[in-house]
Ligand binder design. Structure first.
Ligand code: FEO
Length: 171
């Protein structure tokens, strides 16, 4: 059985992951509105990834005999000033999520919940990749600047991203 304090914190993170999915789906729609379909594809894949993160928390809570409590999802922003502005927001958001995961790890240690501590390790590793992939696009956009050719090439590249479910998706 899972402690209520841990259950509440994991339910909060489930909500945060669905918010991340919502945010990236909103960004995908923004990119469609400015005819950057490759950027939109990248965001749609990111949306799918965030939903798998949310489902990991969902399944883990159930496995531990906990209760899943779904709460309202905040509305995400609708517009961004530019692709660079949107990707800077992705990077900042992922840094925030890393902080949330780190807080959960500390709580699991404080509460001596070793199973939750092990469960969270996947997310600690995942956040390194999440920050890296967002920052990579930010850096590319900074180099591209106002080059239409550069944007076209990057759009084509981001359009090739495909969704791969996490290997250990049994949780
Ligand atoms: Fe669920 Fe982008 O971290």
């Amino acid at each position: 059985m899972i402690k209520e304090k841990i259950q509440n914190a994991l339910n909060d993170q489930l909500n945060a992951e669905i918010y991340s999915a919502y945010l990236y789906l909103s960004m995908a729609a923004y990119f469609h509105s400015i005819n950057l379909k490759g950027f939109a594809n990248w965001m749609e894949v990111q949306y799918q990834e965030e939903m798998t993160h949310a489902m990991k928390f969902y399944n883990y809570l159930l496995q531990r005999g906990g209760r899943v409590i779904l709460k309202a999802i905040e509305s995400p922003p609708v517009e961004w000033e530019s692709p660079l502005d949107a990707f800077k927001a992705v990077y900042a958001h992922e840094q925030k999520v890393t902080g949330l995961i780190n807080n959960l790890v500390e709580l699991a240690l404080e509460e001596k919940d070793h199973a939750t501590h092990i469960f969270l390790q996947w997310f600690v590793t995942e956040q390194v990749e999440e920050e890296e992939s967002a920052d990579e696009v930010v850096q590319r956009l900074l180099i591209i600047g106002d080059s239409k050719h550069g944007m076209f090439m990057l759009d084509r590249e981001l359009g090739m991203r495909t969704f791969t479910p996490p290997a250990d998706d049994s949780q």
